[in-house]
Design a protein around this ligand. Structure first.
Ligand code: LLP
Length: 415
Protein backbone atom coordinates (compact mmCIF):
# COMPACT_ATOMS: atom_id res chain seq x y z
CA UNK A 1 0.00 0.00 0.00
CA UNK A 2 1.44 3.32 -1.05
CA UNK A 3 -0.71 5.38 1.31
CA UNK A 4 -0.99 3.55 4.62
CA UNK A 5 -0.87 4.24 8.35
CA UNK A 6 2.40 3.64 10.17
CA UNK A 7 2.38 4.19 13.91
CA UNK A 8 -0.98 5.91 13.56
CA UNK A 9 0.13 8.42 10.91
CA UNK A 10 -0.89 8.22 7.27
CA UNK A 11 2.23 8.00 5.08
CA UNK A 12 3.07 8.28 1.41
CA UNK A 13 5.55 5.45 0.93
CA UNK A 14 7.88 6.01 3.93
CA UNK A 15 7.08 9.70 4.49
CA UNK A 16 4.51 10.72 7.13
CA UNK A 17 2.09 13.14 5.52
CA UNK A 18 2.23 15.54 8.46
CA UNK A 19 5.99 15.97 7.81
CA UNK A 20 5.11 17.13 4.31
CA UNK A 21 2.62 19.63 5.69
CA UNK A 22 5.20 20.99 8.14
CA UNK A 23 7.52 21.66 5.23
CA UNK A 24 5.05 22.78 2.57
CA UNK A 25 1.72 23.65 4.17
CA UNK A 26 -1.81 22.94 2.96
CA UNK A 27 -3.55 22.50 0.59
CA UNK A 28 -0.92 20.24 -0.90
CA UNK A 29 -1.01 17.45 -3.48
CA UNK A 30 1.25 14.50 -2.73
CA UNK A 31 2.15 11.89 -5.36
CA UNK A 32 3.89 8.57 -4.91
CA UNK A 33 6.58 7.70 -7.41
CA UNK A 34 6.27 3.99 -6.58
CA UNK A 35 2.51 4.02 -7.21
CA UNK A 36 2.95 5.63 -10.62
CA UNK A 37 5.70 3.18 -11.55
CA UNK A 38 3.61 0.25 -10.39
CA UNK A 39 0.60 1.29 -12.46
CA UNK A 40 2.77 1.87 -15.52
CA UNK A 41 4.38 -1.55 -14.97
CA UNK A 42 0.94 -3.17 -15.12
CA UNK A 43 0.47 -1.74 -18.59
CA UNK A 44 3.98 -2.72 -19.66
CA UNK A 45 3.51 -6.28 -18.42
CA UNK A 46 0.15 -6.66 -20.15
CA UNK A 47 1.65 -5.44 -23.42
CA UNK A 48 4.95 -7.34 -23.19
CA UNK A 49 5.90 -9.03 -26.43
CA UNK A 50 3.52 -6.91 -28.46
CA UNK A 51 4.46 -3.86 -30.53
CA UNK A 52 2.82 -1.27 -28.30
CA UNK A 53 3.15 2.20 -26.83
CA UNK A 54 1.58 3.59 -23.66
CA UNK A 55 0.90 7.29 -24.22
CA UNK A 56 0.19 8.81 -20.80
CA UNK A 57 -2.74 11.22 -20.99
CA UNK A 58 -1.18 14.52 -19.93
CA UNK A 59 -4.51 16.16 -19.11
CA UNK A 60 -4.92 13.89 -16.08
CA UNK A 61 -1.76 15.15 -14.38
CA UNK A 62 0.58 17.47 -16.18
CA UNK A 63 3.19 18.15 -13.50
CA UNK A 64 6.65 18.04 -15.09
CA UNK A 65 7.95 15.59 -12.47
CA UNK A 66 5.15 13.14 -13.29
CA UNK A 67 5.78 13.51 -17.01
CA UNK A 68 9.56 13.18 -16.60
CA UNK A 69 9.12 10.03 -14.52
CA UNK A 70 6.89 8.47 -17.16
CA UNK A 71 9.18 9.55 -19.99
CA UNK A 72 12.04 7.78 -18.23
CA UNK A 73 9.93 4.64 -18.01
CA UNK A 74 9.58 4.77 -21.79
CA UNK A 75 6.06 6.19 -22.00
CA UNK A 76 4.79 8.30 -24.84
CA UNK A 77 2.15 10.97 -24.30
CA UNK A 78 -1.39 11.82 -25.32
CA UNK A 79 -1.89 15.57 -25.53
CA UNK A 80 -4.73 17.95 -26.35
CA UNK A 81 -3.05 21.33 -26.59
CA UNK A 82 0.11 23.18 -27.48
CA UNK A 83 0.60 23.81 -23.78
CA UNK A 84 0.65 20.09 -23.10
CA UNK A 85 3.15 19.57 -25.93
CA UNK A 86 5.40 22.22 -24.40
CA UNK A 87 5.17 20.43 -21.04
CA UNK A 88 6.02 17.05 -22.60
CA UNK A 89 9.10 18.49 -24.30
CA UNK A 90 10.16 20.40 -21.17
CA UNK A 91 9.91 17.17 -19.17
CA UNK A 92 12.17 15.31 -21.60
CA UNK A 93 9.34 13.51 -23.40
CA UNK A 94 9.62 12.55 -27.04
CA UNK A 95 7.37 14.21 -29.65
CA UNK A 96 7.82 11.12 -31.83
CA UNK A 97 6.01 9.14 -29.13
CA UNK A 98 3.27 11.74 -28.70
CA UNK A 99 -0.25 11.71 -30.14
CA UNK A 100 -2.31 14.88 -30.35
CA UNK A 101 -6.11 14.64 -29.95
CA UNK A 102 -8.84 17.25 -29.54
CA UNK A 103 -11.65 18.69 -31.61
CA UNK A 104 -10.31 22.23 -31.86
CA UNK A 105 -6.60 22.24 -32.71
CA UNK A 106 -5.59 25.74 -33.75
CA UNK A 107 -3.30 26.63 -36.66
CA UNK A 108 -0.54 27.49 -34.22
CA UNK A 109 -0.91 24.18 -32.41
CA UNK A 110 -0.78 22.19 -35.64
CA UNK A 111 2.36 24.05 -36.75
CA UNK A 112 3.94 23.50 -33.32
CA UNK A 113 3.15 19.77 -33.43
CA UNK A 114 4.46 19.26 -36.97
CA UNK A 115 7.63 21.19 -36.26
CA UNK A 116 8.21 19.15 -33.10
CA UNK A 117 7.88 15.93 -35.14
CA UNK A 118 4.72 14.57 -33.52
CA UNK A 119 3.94 10.85 -33.93
CA UNK A 120 0.37 11.51 -34.99
CA UNK A 121 -2.38 14.11 -35.15
CA UNK A 122 -5.66 12.44 -34.25
CA UNK A 123 -8.12 14.28 -36.48
CA UNK A 124 -11.67 14.74 -35.34
CA UNK A 125 -13.35 16.26 -38.42
CA UNK A 126 -13.10 16.68 -42.17
CA UNK A 127 -12.50 20.40 -41.69
CA UNK A 128 -9.50 19.60 -39.53
CA UNK A 129 -8.08 17.34 -42.27
CA UNK A 130 -8.28 20.24 -44.71
CA UNK A 131 -6.59 22.56 -42.25
CA UNK A 132 -3.79 20.11 -41.47
CA UNK A 133 -3.19 19.37 -45.17
CA UNK A 134 -2.98 23.09 -45.97
CA UNK A 135 -0.53 23.75 -43.14
CA UNK A 136 1.64 20.75 -44.03
CA UNK A 137 1.75 21.90 -47.66
CA UNK A 138 2.82 25.36 -46.55
CA UNK A 139 5.53 23.93 -44.29
CA UNK A 140 6.70 21.50 -46.94
CA UNK A 141 6.08 18.56 -44.62
CA UNK A 142 3.88 15.48 -44.57
CA UNK A 143 1.59 15.45 -41.59
CA UNK A 144 1.20 12.05 -39.88
CA UNK A 145 -2.51 11.61 -39.20
CA UNK A 146 -5.13 9.27 -37.83
CA UNK A 147 -8.84 9.79 -37.49
CA UNK A 148 -10.38 9.51 -34.09
CA UNK A 149 -13.40 7.41 -34.87
CA UNK A 150 -16.44 7.53 -32.69
CA UNK A 151 -17.44 3.87 -32.38
CA UNK A 152 -20.87 4.68 -30.88
CA UNK A 153 -20.31 2.52 -27.81
CA UNK A 154 -21.92 3.40 -24.49
CA UNK A 155 -19.12 3.61 -21.95
CA UNK A 156 -21.65 3.41 -19.10
CA UNK A 157 -19.93 6.11 -17.11
CA UNK A 158 -20.81 9.64 -15.99
CA UNK A 159 -22.35 11.52 -18.97
CA UNK A 160 -19.79 14.33 -18.62
CA UNK A 161 -16.93 11.90 -19.23
CA UNK A 162 -18.59 9.69 -21.82
CA UNK A 163 -17.17 10.46 -25.23
CA UNK A 164 -17.90 7.59 -27.61
CA UNK A 165 -21.58 8.08 -28.34
CA UNK A 166 -23.00 9.66 -31.49
CA UNK A 167 -24.32 12.61 -29.53
CA UNK A 168 -20.83 13.46 -28.20
CA UNK A 169 -18.71 16.06 -29.97
CA UNK A 170 -15.70 13.75 -30.32
CA UNK A 171 -14.34 11.90 -33.32
CA UNK A 172 -15.74 11.22 -36.77
CA UNK A 173 -18.70 8.92 -37.29
CA UNK A 174 -17.93 5.30 -38.17
CA UNK A 175 -20.05 5.61 -41.30
CA UNK A 176 -17.91 8.49 -42.55
CA UNK A 177 -14.55 7.00 -41.64
CA UNK A 178 -13.85 5.01 -44.81
CA UNK A 179 -14.64 7.97 -47.05
CA UNK A 180 -12.44 10.27 -44.96
CA UNK A 181 -9.56 7.80 -45.01
CA UNK A 182 -9.76 7.45 -48.79
CA UNK A 183 -9.75 11.21 -49.12
CA UNK A 184 -6.80 11.57 -46.72
CA UNK A 185 -4.87 8.84 -48.53
CA UNK A 186 -5.22 10.83 -51.75
CA UNK A 187 -3.59 13.94 -50.25
CA UNK A 188 0.16 14.28 -50.73
CA UNK A 189 0.56 16.48 -47.66
CA UNK A 190 -0.67 13.91 -45.18
CA UNK A 191 0.51 10.45 -44.29
CA UNK A 192 -2.16 8.15 -42.92
CA UNK A 193 -0.52 6.34 -40.02
CA UNK A 194 -3.26 5.16 -37.72
CA UNK A 195 -6.74 5.08 -36.30
CA UNK A 196 -7.88 6.07 -32.84
CA UNK A 197 -10.83 6.02 -30.48
CA UNK A 198 -11.56 6.90 -26.87
CA UNK A 199 -15.00 6.16 -25.54
CA UNK A 200 -14.90 7.66 -22.07
CA UNK A 201 -13.27 7.74 -18.71
CA UNK A 202 -13.59 5.89 -15.38
CA UNK A 203 -14.88 2.75 -17.06
CA UNK A 204 -15.24 0.01 -14.51
CA UNK A 205 -16.48 -2.66 -16.92
CA UNK A 206 -14.20 -3.96 -19.65
CA UNK A 207 -17.03 -4.78 -22.09
CA UNK A 208 -17.39 -1.31 -23.71
CA UNK A 209 -13.62 -1.08 -24.24
CA UNK A 210 -13.60 -4.52 -25.81
CA UNK A 211 -16.57 -3.63 -28.02
CA UNK A 212 -14.78 -0.48 -29.17
CA UNK A 213 -11.65 -2.53 -29.89
CA UNK A 214 -13.74 -4.91 -31.97
CA UNK A 215 -15.31 -2.13 -34.03
CA UNK A 216 -12.08 -0.26 -34.61
CA UNK A 217 -10.26 -3.47 -35.60
CA UNK A 218 -13.02 -4.29 -38.09
CA UNK A 219 -12.68 -0.83 -39.57
CA UNK A 220 -8.88 -1.17 -39.79
CA UNK A 221 -9.35 -4.47 -41.62
CA UNK A 222 -11.75 -2.88 -44.11
CA UNK A 223 -9.29 -0.04 -44.68
CA UNK A 224 -6.46 -2.54 -45.30
CA UNK A 225 -8.66 -4.24 -47.90
CA UNK A 226 -9.03 -0.85 -49.56
CA UNK A 227 -5.24 -0.55 -49.64
CA UNK A 228 -4.93 1.77 -46.61
CA UNK A 229 -2.57 0.12 -44.16
CA UNK A 230 -2.31 1.56 -40.70
CA UNK A 231 0.86 1.51 -38.63
CA UNK A 232 -1.02 1.86 -35.35
CA UNK A 233 -4.36 1.42 -33.64
CA UNK A 234 -4.96 3.73 -30.66
CA UNK A 235 -7.67 2.42 -28.35
CA UNK A 236 -7.61 5.40 -25.99
CA UNK A 237 -7.65 5.46 -22.22
CA UNK A 238 -10.55 5.06 -19.86
CA UNK A 239 -9.77 2.16 -17.52
CA UNK A 240 -11.31 3.10 -14.19
CA UNK A 241 -9.96 3.03 -10.66
CA UNK A 242 -11.40 2.35 -7.24
CA UNK A 243 -12.54 5.57 -5.53
CA UNK A 244 -15.04 4.02 -3.14
CA UNK A 245 -16.41 0.55 -3.73
CA UNK A 246 -15.99 0.17 -7.47
CA UNK A 247 -14.30 -3.00 -8.63
CA UNK A 248 -12.75 -2.02 -11.94
CA UNK A 249 -11.63 -4.79 -14.24
CA UNK A 250 -7.89 -5.33 -13.73
CA UNK A 251 -5.70 -3.56 -16.29
CA UNK A 252 -4.01 -6.79 -17.38
CA UNK A 253 -7.25 -8.67 -18.02
CA UNK A 254 -8.81 -5.74 -19.88
CA UNK A 255 -5.79 -5.38 -22.14
CA UNK A 256 -5.61 -9.13 -22.74
CA UNK A 257 -9.23 -9.04 -23.95
CA UNK A 258 -8.52 -6.03 -26.18
CA UNK A 259 -5.49 -7.79 -27.67
CA UNK A 260 -7.63 -10.80 -28.42
CA UNK A 261 -10.01 -8.60 -30.40
CA UNK A 262 -7.10 -7.16 -32.37
CA UNK A 263 -6.50 -10.71 -33.55
CA UNK A 264 -3.93 -10.90 -36.31
CA UNK A 265 -3.69 -7.14 -36.77
CA UNK A 266 0.01 -6.36 -36.93
CA UNK A 267 -0.42 -2.67 -36.24
CA UNK A 268 1.23 -1.19 -33.15
CA UNK A 269 -1.24 -0.89 -30.27
CA UNK A 270 -1.34 2.52 -28.60
CA UNK A 271 -3.19 3.10 -25.33
CA UNK A 272 -3.56 6.48 -23.67
CA UNK A 273 -4.37 5.97 -20.00
CA UNK A 274 -4.42 8.81 -17.52
CA UNK A 275 -6.47 8.07 -14.42
CA UNK A 276 -5.40 4.43 -14.08
CA UNK A 277 -1.73 5.51 -13.96
CA UNK A 278 -1.94 8.46 -11.55
CA UNK A 279 -5.40 8.49 -9.94
CA UNK A 280 -4.60 6.41 -6.89
CA UNK A 281 -1.01 7.68 -6.78
CA UNK A 282 -2.03 11.06 -5.36
CA UNK A 283 -3.79 12.64 -2.38
CA UNK A 284 -4.79 16.18 -1.52
CA UNK A 285 -3.86 17.26 2.00
CA UNK A 286 -6.02 19.81 3.74
CA UNK A 287 -6.37 21.25 7.23
CA UNK A 288 -9.59 21.59 9.19
CA UNK A 289 -10.38 25.25 9.84
CA UNK A 290 -13.73 25.16 11.62
CA UNK A 291 -16.44 22.84 12.82
CA UNK A 292 -19.81 24.28 11.93
CA UNK A 293 -22.63 22.22 13.40
CA UNK A 294 -26.10 23.01 12.11
CA UNK A 295 -29.73 21.98 12.37
CA UNK A 296 -29.89 20.38 8.93
CA UNK A 297 -26.22 19.64 8.29
CA UNK A 298 -22.89 19.67 10.05
CA UNK A 299 -20.09 21.24 8.09
CA UNK A 300 -16.39 20.61 8.39
CA UNK A 301 -14.76 23.66 6.85
CA UNK A 302 -11.31 22.87 5.45
CA UNK A 303 -8.69 24.95 3.67
CA UNK A 304 -8.93 23.10 0.33
CA UNK A 305 -11.82 23.90 -1.97
CA UNK A 306 -13.46 23.22 -5.30
CA UNK A 307 -10.80 25.32 -7.00
CA UNK A 308 -8.22 22.76 -5.79
CA UNK A 309 -10.28 19.64 -6.50
CA UNK A 310 -13.23 20.18 -8.77
CA UNK A 311 -14.39 16.61 -9.30
CA UNK A 312 -16.90 16.42 -6.41
CA UNK A 313 -18.57 19.71 -7.44
CA UNK A 314 -18.54 18.98 -11.15
CA UNK A 315 -19.44 15.29 -11.25
CA UNK A 316 -20.65 14.56 -7.73
CA UNK A 317 -17.53 12.38 -7.56
CA UNK A 318 -16.74 10.49 -4.37
CA UNK A 319 -13.26 10.81 -2.82
CA UNK A 320 -12.45 8.99 0.39
CA UNK A 321 -11.41 11.30 3.25
CA UNK A 322 -8.88 9.92 5.72
CA UNK A 323 -7.52 11.62 8.84
CA UNK A 324 -3.74 11.96 8.67
CA UNK A 325 -3.61 10.92 12.35
CA UNK A 326 -5.69 7.78 12.77
CA UNK A 327 -8.85 8.41 14.81
CA UNK A 328 -11.71 6.38 16.18
CA UNK A 329 -14.58 7.68 14.06
CA UNK A 330 -17.31 5.53 15.63
CA UNK A 331 -19.95 7.79 17.20
CA UNK A 332 -18.41 10.93 15.66
CA UNK A 333 -20.66 13.45 13.85
CA UNK A 334 -21.51 13.19 10.18
CA UNK A 335 -20.18 16.12 8.16
CA UNK A 336 -20.15 17.61 4.73
CA UNK A 337 -16.53 18.56 4.10
CA UNK A 338 -16.61 21.98 2.48
CA UNK A 339 -14.11 24.59 1.36
CA UNK A 340 -14.00 28.38 1.73
CA UNK A 341 -15.14 29.16 -1.84
CA UNK A 342 -18.34 31.16 -2.16
CA UNK A 343 -20.41 28.55 -3.96
CA UNK A 344 -22.86 26.07 -2.51
CA UNK A 345 -21.29 23.49 -4.82
CA UNK A 346 -18.01 23.84 -2.94
CA UNK A 347 -18.34 20.45 -1.27
CA UNK A 348 -15.39 18.07 -1.29
CA UNK A 349 -17.13 15.17 0.43
CA UNK A 350 -20.69 14.55 1.61
CA UNK A 351 -21.94 12.78 4.73
CA UNK A 352 -18.67 11.58 6.26
CA UNK A 353 -18.29 10.38 9.82
CA UNK A 354 -15.18 12.14 11.09
CA UNK A 355 -13.82 12.81 14.56
CA UNK A 356 -11.76 15.73 13.27
CA UNK A 357 -11.02 18.89 15.25
CA UNK A 358 -9.84 22.30 14.01
CA UNK A 359 -6.17 22.07 13.03
CA UNK A 360 -6.37 18.38 12.14
CA UNK A 361 -5.10 17.22 8.78
CA UNK A 362 -7.18 15.25 6.31
CA UNK A 363 -6.14 13.42 3.15
CA UNK A 364 -8.55 13.45 0.25
CA UNK A 365 -7.73 10.22 -1.49
CA UNK A 366 -7.48 9.19 -5.16
CA UNK A 367 -6.76 12.77 -6.18
CA UNK A 368 -3.79 12.15 -8.49
CA UNK A 369 -5.81 12.36 -11.71
CA UNK A 370 -7.81 15.43 -12.76
CA UNK A 371 -7.08 17.07 -9.43
CA UNK A 372 -4.36 19.69 -9.74
CA UNK A 373 -4.79 19.52 -13.52
CA UNK A 374 -8.33 20.93 -13.24
CA UNK A 375 -7.58 23.41 -10.48
CA UNK A 376 -8.20 27.13 -10.84
CA UNK A 377 -7.59 30.41 -9.08
CA UNK A 378 -11.27 31.05 -8.41
CA UNK A 379 -11.80 33.36 -5.43
CA UNK A 380 -8.16 34.42 -5.96
CA UNK A 381 -6.90 31.33 -4.25
CA UNK A 382 -3.27 30.51 -5.06
CA UNK A 383 -2.94 26.99 -6.43
CA UNK A 384 -1.73 24.27 -4.06
CA UNK A 385 1.83 23.00 -3.73
CA UNK A 386 2.71 19.62 -5.24
CA UNK A 387 5.10 17.10 -3.73
CA UNK A 388 6.45 13.83 -5.12
CA UNK A 389 7.50 11.19 -2.62
CA UNK A 390 10.17 8.66 -3.51
CA UNK A 391 10.81 6.19 -0.70
CA UNK A 392 11.73 8.27 2.32
CA UNK A 393 12.31 11.51 0.40
CA UNK A 394 9.71 14.16 -0.41
CA UNK A 395 10.48 16.50 -3.32
CA UNK A 396 8.61 19.74 -3.83
CA UNK A 397 7.66 19.56 -7.52
CA UNK A 398 5.52 22.70 -7.70
CA UNK A 399 5.78 25.60 -5.34
CA UNK A 400 2.60 26.99 -3.86
CA UNK A 401 1.46 29.99 -5.85
CA UNK A 402 1.80 33.35 -4.13
CA UNK A 403 -0.58 36.27 -3.95
CA UNK A 404 1.72 38.15 -6.31
CA UNK A 405 1.62 35.33 -8.85
CA UNK A 406 -2.18 35.63 -8.91
CA UNK A 407 -2.05 38.97 -10.69
CA UNK A 408 1.48 38.93 -12.12
CA UNK A 409 0.12 38.96 -15.69
CA UNK A 410 -2.38 41.77 -15.11
CA UNK A 411 -2.06 45.48 -15.59
CA UNK A 412 -4.21 48.53 -15.00
CA UNK A 413 -4.63 50.87 -17.98
CA UNK A 414 -3.31 54.39 -17.64
CA UNK A 415 -6.75 55.99 -18.17
N1 LLP B 1 -7.41 9.74 -24.43
C1 LLP B 1 -8.28 10.69 -24.76
C2 LLP B 1 -8.46 11.03 -26.17
C3 LLP B 1 -9.02 11.35 -23.76
O1 LLP B 1 -9.88 12.30 -24.09
C4 LLP B 1 -8.84 11.01 -22.39
C5 LLP B 1 -9.57 11.68 -21.32
C6 LLP B 1 -7.88 10.02 -22.09
C7 LLP B 1 -7.21 9.39 -23.15
C8 LLP B 1 -7.57 9.59 -20.69
O2 LLP B 1 -8.64 8.96 -20.09
P1 LLP B 1 -8.47 8.21 -18.69
O3 LLP B 1 -7.55 7.03 -18.90
O4 LLP B 1 -7.87 9.16 -17.73
O5 LLP B 1 -9.82 7.81 -18.33
N2 LLP B 1 -12.03 15.28 -15.81
C9 LLP B 1 -12.69 14.00 -15.82
C10 LLP B 1 -12.10 13.06 -16.85
C11 LLP B 1 -12.07 13.61 -18.25
C12 LLP B 1 -11.42 12.68 -19.22
C13 LLP B 1 -11.20 13.33 -20.56
N3 LLP B 1 -10.52 12.51 -21.51
C14 LLP B 1 -12.67 13.44 -14.41
O6 LLP B 1 -12.14 14.08 -13.52
O7 LLP B 1 -13.21 12.37 -14.17
Amino acid sequence: MTFAYRDGVLCAEAVPLDDIVRAHGTPCYVYSRAAIEQAYAEYAAALAGRDALVCFSVKSNSNLAVLALLARLGAGFDIVSGGELARVLAAGGDARKTVFSGVGKSEAEIVQALEAGILCLNLESEAELERVAAIATRLGRRAPIAFRVNPDVDAKTHPYISTGLKQNKFGVAQEDAERLYRHAASLAAVEVVGIGCHIGSQLTAAAPLIEAATRITALATRLAQAGIRLAHIDLGGGIGIRYRDESPQPIGATIAAMLERLGTQRAKLILDPGRSIVGNAGVLLTRVEYLKPGAAKNFLVVDAAMNDLMRPSLYGAWHEVMPVRAQQAAGAPVYDVVGPVCESADVLAKDRTLAAQPGDLLAIMSAGAYGMAMSSNYNSRPRAAEVMVDGSTAYLVRRRETHESLFALESVPTW
